[in-house]
Design a protein around this ligand. Structure first.
Ligand code: NDP
Length: 315
């Protein structure tokens, strides 16, 4: 069993984690990042990225994460590919246990474990992920200019994504498994009023259909949830918006989380309910969920951790 001590421990390796690492390292805090078993976060399953500032040409999500990792390492972050499986926020320094047996002792912790989009769980959905199936309209909507797309879900995210997609697509079909939306009334009104949006109630996606060479979605087979009848809807893209799950299982009962499991905190700081534990990115943000906003919050986390340490004379 090995034991590591650090002034700043960063858990998670998406844009929030890497930005926190870069800022903490440049503040001479020699941070340790525990990157998880699949480093890089949600951008690792994204293809083209056109909305991350600083790149005039299209870049690839995995490439961007690789650059962030290299940048974090170059400025002095130690990155360990392990999963944190338990945390003790009562001890000072805090103690975190890795699944490989490493014990991390940390004066401050920045939680940047992110969130996972929920998926329908269809084999065809995974097959076309990044090739017509997407979990983020803001990221990928642009690629469907003048095309027909479907959005799956009936919550705020689905309605916001459908509305956003009308800026690009010629027609947006919202497919919902019931006959009532869960989304806020104001959003619903905007949805119903938009002439580009059509709604198919009481249906679920049974299968995503498309071409193999090159991979491209051409339609979805829908199933009526009341009668079981199926129909095929021709579309070029499917946006799955059935919710997200924040990666906070190990923090349950140890930090204040909201009903959906997101870390509770003020929008103007990265503080959590435990002094010295900070959070950044999608693990605390269910509204913006962008790489650039997550990176911004990672920077906030590192600056907050640095002033926490300075206030206590831990330099
Ligand atoms: P929600 O959990 O609110 O909604 C998920 C939707 O997907 C529901 O309509 C649900 O149907 C449907 N659904 C779930 N599983 C399946 C499935 N397997 N097949 C088909 N449909 C499915 O998630 P959201 O991401 O929309 O929102 C999460 C949280 O984030 C909420 O608190 C929301 O208010 C918040 N949010 C706030 C925003 C804002 O303030 N601007 C923007 C976006 C989100 P059913 O209704 O039948 O359960």
């Amino acid at each position: 069993m090995s034991e590591l001590y650090t002034k700043v421990l960063i858990i998670g390796s998406g844009p929030a984690g890497y930005a926190a690492a870069i800022y903490a390292a440049r503040a001479n805090l020699a941070p340790i990042m525990v990157s998880g078993l699949e480093p890089g976060g949600q951008l690792m399953i994204t293809t083209d990225v056109e909305n991350y500032p600083g790149f005039a040409d299209v870049i690839q999500g995995p490439w961007l994460m690789e650059q962030m990792r290299l940048q974090a390492e170059h400025v002095g972050t130690k990155i360990i590919q392990e999963q944190i499986v338990d945390v003790d926020f009562f001890s000072r320094p805090f103690i975190c246990h890795g699944e490989g047996g490493t014990v991390y002792k940390a004066e401050t912790i920045i939680i940047a474990t992110g969130a996972q989009a929920k998926w329908l769980g269809l084999e065809s959905e995974s097959k076309y992920l990044g090739f017509g199936v997407s979990g983020c309209a803001t990221c990928d909507g642009f690629f469907f200019r003048g095309k027909e797309v479907a959005v799956i879900g009936g919550g705020n995210t689905a309605v916001e994504e459908a509305l956003y997609l009308t800026n690009h697509a010629s027609k947006v079909t919202l497919i919902h498994r019931r006959d009532k939306l869960r989304a806020e009334k104001m959003l619903q009104e905007r949805l119903f009023k938009n002439p580009k949006i059509h709604i198919i109630w009481d249906h679920v996606v049974d299968e995503v259909l498309g071409e193999d060479n090159p991979l491209a979605v051409t339609s979805v087979r829908l199933k009526n949830t009341l009668t079981g009848a199926t129909q095929v809807l021709s579309i070029d893209g499917v946006f799955v918006a059935i919710g997200h799950i924040p990666n906070t299982k190990i923090f349950k009962g140890k930090l204040d989380l909201d009903d959906e499991g997101y870390i509770i905190g003020s929008p103007l700081s990265s503080e959590t309910s435990i002094e010295g534990v900070f959070s950044a990115g999608d693990v605390r943000d269910k509204v913006y969920r962008q790489a650039v906003t997550a990176a911004g919050m990672g920077c906030m986390g590192a600056l907050d951790a640095a002033s926490f340490l300075q206030d206590r004379g831990i330099t």
